[in-house]
Design a protein around this ligand. Structure first.
Ligand code: PLP
Length: 289
């Protein structure tokens, strides 16, 4: 079966999908995106993803490319046409196509929109989660507006590539105060020696992850001891456990930070419990949808 992408109003063969050379996303990274998990054919937490997309667009003063319910339809349709049961759907909206000029184009330039979807292996993800991942620290070098989910991901690309070359699967950014901000494409969490789950507040220095929000709901429901505050790399190195969250990884245990083994070197009980609870919650969403 051939893959299908949505590009500016048309469903096209994935291999033929293309945007104009003067698309502002291509030339200035002048655009935003969302990645949603697809689980049992259902787009997980779509309302929250679209709320955040709307916020990102608003912060950059880019118009919605279409009505919200039409966008929901296109996302669902791309998932359906690609027969994705488990995987990801990606949507990107840019300020549109215009002669290269830093200033915003005139109001008649419409935003561009691209949607793609692909399948992933739930089995491979569970094998990875059962082992856990290593993270490699990296100095925080991004602009202060990381709360906007822009396609300007070059610092994230470099941090993650550095992690990969050092045997890790994710980068952890460390700010000038020695605190962990977040991962290259994930939010960061620890469980302290005293058994308290900690993650950084979303107000400053991180993206407000949709998976983070969903996990916070589960934390409250499960009555897990929790503090929302900054935590340092030193504290993380002494932690009982650590994990990351994202739509692409869900709750993924971290078993090594640079050269230091976290806890006993195996996925921790809190991370494992939250990953299971997350699956249960997304199962429920798929049944209701
Ligand atoms: N932080 C960064 C920098 C990200 O790129 C992502 C996801 O791509 C996340 C956090 C996690 O966000 P979400 O849970 O919405 O996938």
């Amino acid at each position: 079966m051939s893959r299908v992408a949505y590009v500016n109003g048309q469903y096209v063969r994935h291999g033929d999908a293309a945007v104009h050379v003067e698309d502002r996303g291509y030339q200035f990274a002048d655009g935003v995106y969302e990645v949603c998990e697809v689980w049992k054919g259902n787009i997980v937490d779509m309302p929250r993803h679209l709320d955040r997309l709307g916020r990102s667009l608003g912060e950059l003063r880019i118009d919605w490319p279409m009505a919200r319910n039409a966008l929901e339809f296109v996302l669902t349709e791309v998932v359906r046409r690609n027969r994705v049961a488990n995987g990801m759907v990606y949507v990107q909206v840019t300020r549109g196509v215009a002669r290269r000029d830093h200033f915003f184009p005139s109001d008649d330039v419409a935003p561009s929109m691209v949607v793609t979807a692909r399948s992933t292996s739930p089995k491979a993800a569970e094998v990875q989660a059962a082992k856990g991942i290593s993270v490699v620290t990296y100095p925080e070098n991004r602009w202060p507006r990381v709360d906007i989910k822009t396609v300007a991901l070059l610092p994230n690309v470099l941090a993650k590539q550095n992690a990969k070359e050092k045997g890790g699967k994710e980068a952890w950014y460390i700010d000038v105060n020695g605190n962990v901000t977040e991962g290259g494409s994930t939010n960061a969490w620890i469980v302290t020696r005293d058994g308290v789950l900690v993650t950084r507040p979303a107000e400053n220095g991180i993206l407000r992850g949709i998976t983070r929000a969903a996990v916070l709901d589960l934390v409250a429901r499960e009555g897990i001891s929790f503090e929302e505050r900054a935590f340092s790399l030193d504290e993380a190195l002494l932690a009982r456990e650590a994990f990351v969250t994202a739509a692409s990884t869900l709750v993924m245990p971290v078993v090594k930070i640079d050269d230091t083994i976290v806890g006993n070197g195996h996925p921790g009980s809190v991370a494992t419990r939250l990953r299971e609870a997350f699956h249960t919650a997304t199962d429920l969403q798929a049944v209701v949808a």
